[in-house]
Design a protein around this ligand. Structure first.
Ligand code: MF3
Ligand code: CO
Length: 287
């Protein structure tokens, strides 16, 4: 870009007073050998505005689920709540027909790590912990977040896992700031999980998001501090570690090709925030 042209990001400022400075800094890190985002991974101001609207609807869907989830209901009913609420607010559930996924939301109970498929025969039982993972398309823009829900009287063992998972995400969030690296987020999460006797799933991670459901970068939650991609204002991705009581290993349901289970039948919990890297930290867009 020419120095005096208007910046590509839509700020209305000249390039030399806007992203020229940021891109020079990115170049400096790249010359040092860092993995850096390319321009396509940095959202423009109009894109950010549109994605925020999608994210607001996504949060509203999760709030709606939170208000209606209860012991004795089927996960199929959760699917219906998500579909009806999303569509009546002008959105589309992103999971529906995504790579053949048959439902509008992922519902993963107890030893299911992620990608559980809602079904009439799956009834929420007293003592269950369930992850409800909601992803929304609004006006072509994508958002994604998930929460844990405790059904009835949950064991102290399960409560501790969910609490530590929340703490992991918050600690990861503190590291989500410009000129840090994705590995700083991962290390904060992995260190806290391990200190509590838990493990972090390695081969399933987070992802860039906004213009597509899953964009680059892929986000690990076990990488060392200082490793992985440099964080730059305008990047958007999910922080969604899966924390297991026992082994981090898993297997995938042979019948449906989706649902991921812990290999040792231990409990697993996941919480997902979608974040935007800002000039001085990050903004949680949906959680
Ligand atoms: N929110 C989930 C994720 O990002 C969605 C998985 S794809 C689906 O991992 F088809 F299962 F929804
Ligand atoms: Co996700």
């Amino acid at each position: 870009m020419e120095r005096n042209e208007l910046c590509w990001c839509g700020s209305g400022k000249k390039y030399k007073k806007c992203h020229r400075l940021i891109e020079d800094k990115i170049q400096y890190y790249q010359d040092k050998g860092d993995i850096v985002p390319d321009r396509s991974m940095l959202k423009t101001i109009p894109q950010i505005e549109a994605i925020k609207k999608s994210a607001e609807l996504n949060t509203a869907v999760l709030d709606y689920v939170a208000a209606h989830i209860h012991e004795g209901m089927s996960t199929e009913e959760i699917d219906r709540l998500v579909y009806d609420f999303t569509v009546s607010h002008g959105g589309i559930p992103a999971p529906l027909h995504y790579q053949g996924f048959p439902k509008s939301v992922c519902t993963s109970i107890n030893n299911e790590i992620c990608h559980g498929i809602p079904d009439e025969s799956i009834i929420l039982q007293d003592g269950d912990i369930i992850n409800v993972d909601v992803s929304t398309i609004l006006d072509g823009y994508f958002s994604d977040a998930s929460r844990m829900f405790l059904i009835g009287n949950v064991s102290d063992r399960a409560k501790r896992l969910v609490r530590v998972t929340e703490e992991c995400v918050k600690l990861g969030l503190e590291q989500a700031k410009p000129w840090n690296h994705l590995g700083d987020i991962a290390d904060a999460i992995n260190t806290h999980a391990k200190a509590n006797g838990y493990s972090v799933v390695e081969d399933i991670g987070g992802h860039g998001i906004g213009l597509e459901f899953h964009e680059d970068p892929w986000v690990s939650y076990v990488s060392p501090k200082g490793s992985e991609m440099l964080l730059v204002p305008g990047m958007m991705f999910t922080i969604e570690p899966m924390i297991n009581e026992g082994s981090p290993d898993f297997f995938i349901d042979e019948d449906n090709d989706w649902t991921v289970y812990t290999i040792d039948d231990g409990l697993s919990a996941q919480i997902e925030y979608m974040v935007l890297i800002t000039e001085d930290g990050c903004e949680v867009l949906t959680k």
